[in-house]
Ligand binder design. Structure first.
Ligand code: PLP
Length: 397
């Protein structure tokens, strides 16, 4: 029988974060003692969703709120997001819609904007969803680089140089996955200024905005300028330890005359897919307006692990790591011969330590990294770092 041929648009779609699981399975079969530092999900590491969020969704289900919701989301949720946006200083809010994770909001925003052949500026390194979506839309993912020597801040000059007449927008991820960087106000203002001058859209992915432990205060890009079309993405997955709820949202801000048509196109797409999970939307208001004590606790623990990581990598030969200021990732650079993907594969098979190769996130040519998460407990991290250090020492160079 003739095999069914998939669409070309799927050929370039890669997702290193999940692809690494196959190698980890092989290592487990070989009997390795596994230490997983690859999963960007707090729950498998025993972090718990706050109880009041669980109660709110169960209560909604018991009240039979299990039908479809309005396409933009339930009003209690949307209003809570509006209050939160106002607390963060976002003023020119034009629209808010709730989605199946921030992932769906990003997909809707890109689908409503891009034609085949358009390009979108995405950070290298950055979160691979953006590249995958652009492949799917047959648009070009055009990388701009993050500056490792400058604490992984976006290279604003590179952004400026990469823009042409088919560029429709720029993605900023702050705090950043995979580097853990938090961006300065000046950087945000400079990128917004480029968008203003070029008449393009700014996607500000702020899904980790409450996970900050470098003493800074997170500033939403949209709070810094009202005259640019900015889409702010956020959700319950990370700050509220509930990725499986699949609740995210998009806040559209900017002048009405430049955002109106685009917003209408996004809303059409939200209607076509009916709605996000209805009962789970009842967790939005309790999350944003309710008890936030788990956030201080989470940041206190993550800060301790950042210090541990910083101390260990400062002393490790053939590696160095910019100290993360937010999110829950670190992205060390490694001096090795060969590709980082080969290094990581061997590391997993030989030591059982699972990390993701830097090439899966994009990086400057010639540089080599891996991404690890700081969610496992201190003991697991200590053991994993020891194995990484030893393995690195034995690698050819
Ligand atoms: N944006 C970034 C930067 C992420 O790291 C992730 C998940 O890891 C997402 C978006 C997806 O979030 P959600 O679970 O809300 O779809």
């Amino acid at each position: 029988m003739k095999s069914i041929v998939p669409a070309h648009r799927t050929l370039d779609i890669k997702y290193a974060v999940r692809d690494v699981i196959l190698v980890a399975e092989e290592a487990r079969r070989r009997g390795r003692d596994m230490l997983y530092l690859n999963i960007g999900d707090p729950n498998p590491y025993d972090w718990r969703t706050p109880a009041h969020l669980i109660e709110a969704t169960c209560e909604a289900m018991k009240r039979n709120l299990n039908g479809y919701s309005p396409s933009s989301g339930i009003s209690e949720g949307v209003e809570a997001i509006r209050r939160e946006a106002e607390r963060k200083g976002i003023r020119a809010i034009r629209e808010i819609f709730v989605t199946t994770g921030a992932s769906e909001a990003i997909e809707i925003a890109m689908t409503a904007l891009l034609n085949k052949g358009d390009n979108f500026l995405i950070p290298y390194p950055g979160y691979p969803l953006y590249t995958a979506l652009l492949s799917k839309l047959e648009a070009e993912a055009r990388p701009y680089y993050m500056n490792e020597a400058n604490g992984w801040q976006p290279d604003v000059e590179d952004i400026e140089n990469k823009i042409d007449e088919r560029t429709r927008g720029i993605v900023l991820i702050n705090p950043n996955n995979p580097t853990g960087a938090t961006f300065s106000k000046d950087t945000l203002i400079n990128v917004a200024d480029i968008c203003r001058r070029k008449g393009i859209v700014l996607f500000s992915d702020e899904i980790y905005d409450k996970m900050i432990f470098d003493g800074s205060t997170h500033v939403s890009t949209a709070a810094l300028c009202e005259d640019v079309c900015i889409l702010t993405f956020n959700g319950l997955s990370k700050n509220y330890i509930a990725p499986g709820f699949r609740i995210g949202w998009c806040i559209v801000s900017g002048p009405d005359e430049i955002t109106r048509e685009y917003t209408e196109a996004m809303l059409k797409l939200t209607r076509a897919r009916l709605c996000a999970n209805h009962p789970m939307q009842f967790a939005i208001a309790p999350a944003l307006d309710g008890d936030q004590s788990h956030i201080d606790e989470m940041n206190r623990i993550l800060k301790r692990r950042v210090e541990l990581t910083d101390r260990t990598f400062a002393a490790m030969e053939h590696a160095s790591c910019v100290k993360p200021g937010g999110a829950f990732y670190a992205f060390p650079t490694i001096e090795i011969e060969g590709e980082d993907s080969d290094f990581v594969k061997e590391l997993i098979l030989e030591t059982g330590v699972v990390v993701v190769a830097g090439s899966g996130f994009g990086q400057r040519p010639g540089t080599k990294h891996f991404r690890m998460v700081l969610l496992p407990d201190d003991d697991i991290l200590t053991r994993a770092y020891e194995r990484i250090g030893n393995f690195l020492a034995s690698w050819r160079r």
